[in-house]
Design a protein around this ligand. Sequence first.
Ligand code: XLS
Ligand code: NI
Ligand code: NI
Length: 437
Amino acid sequence: MMYFPNIPMIPYEGPNSTNPLAFKFYNPDQIVAGKPMKEHLPFAMAWWHNLCAGGTDMFGRDTADKSFGAEKGTMAHAKAKVDAGFEFMQKLGIQYFCFHDVDIVPEADDIKETNRRLDEISDYILEKMKETGIKCLWGTANMFGNPRFMNGAGSTNSADVFCFAAAQVKKALDITVKLGGKGYVFWGGREGYETLLNTDVKFEQENIAALMKMAVKYGRSIGFKGDFYIEPKPKEPMKHQYDFDAATAIGFLRQYGLDKDFKMNIEANHATLAGHTFQHDLRISAINGMLGSIDANQGDYLLGWDTDEFPFNVYETTMCMYEVLKAGGLTGGFNFDAKNRRPSYTMEDMFHAYILGMDAFALGLLKAARIIEDGRIDGFIADRYASYNSGIGAKIRSGEATLEELAAYAEAMGAPELPGSGRQEYLECIVNNILFT
Ligand code: XLS
Ligand code: NI
Ligand code: NI
């Protein structure tokens, strides 16, 4: 059975095409900076948005029908989602998918039954993977939706809930390993707090670390060789989330000795909620050797929540790809943690959304490669720090200088000249010039 009978395989037709069901920039085999686009851009479909979410928001119910011809909440529906998902990925040439445990099966009241369902569906997914060559990018456990997680999972005040979370992590790891997932994500959904009047922050953070340590130990024991990821987010659903941003999460991982097993999964919309640019959180992760994977979406600067929009802003995708190229690529991939706007409710809209996102990243890749090849920006940055290349600057860099020595140097100098101009506007001209030619 076909779930998208009116949608053909999406071809690459180039920038002059007006066919809405064709790529304008994503040309999988085109060589960019030494390798095919598809290797630079391991795209993934997010099971939850694409196959589960129907547009329900605080004010209204679903607009999109994601039943795929089956009764929701049944295993038949879970299987229909698998079939629809693989047809969708194949038609777009998407190589990976990401999932939460409860995206792929309906959760039962008894975890033993949920786990049995997970075994059944993962057998089915595995078959489809073999048939199509599509792979699993990462798995995770949803430890924020069920009311039992109202106070978090690792950070909960209830030891019983903590154990339940541990059971979910264990099973989600089993399934991720079974499906050959490259990574395992911890997005700390409700790992945070609403008020300090009822919260022991230190206690909660220690418990989160303990859960992660157990996950690493268990994961390695069953042969998981990939990366664990923290996906930082500053707020929503909790007012304060512990993994505020990349810098905070990296500090946490180092404090608890988890930094060898974990990297960052940076989501564009989460970085901007933290008051950063997407590029900022990518850079902070990269310079710490922790840029692992990306949740490819965008937010709305006028709205203060996680709108999870499909990437459209080519400035952002360009600067993202600039960071990724400079970091030598990702060990993970680009997961479209994004959803159609509620009024875009048709099946065709799902394809338009992915075409938009994949094209925006392909264009970003092309432009970022040109920025690097052009060399003016990197050359400017290198020049900007040239005073550290020799003399007293080189001594500072090598760590040999003392405060007394520098003070004596400064006194002999009188007053330093102004540092060279930052030339921001000139550099922005270069970016626009490359972007629009
Ligand atoms: C929510 C998160 C979530 C994670 C996976 O804001 O982005 O979707 O990616 O749990
Ligand atoms: Ni998000
Ligand atoms: Ni995400």
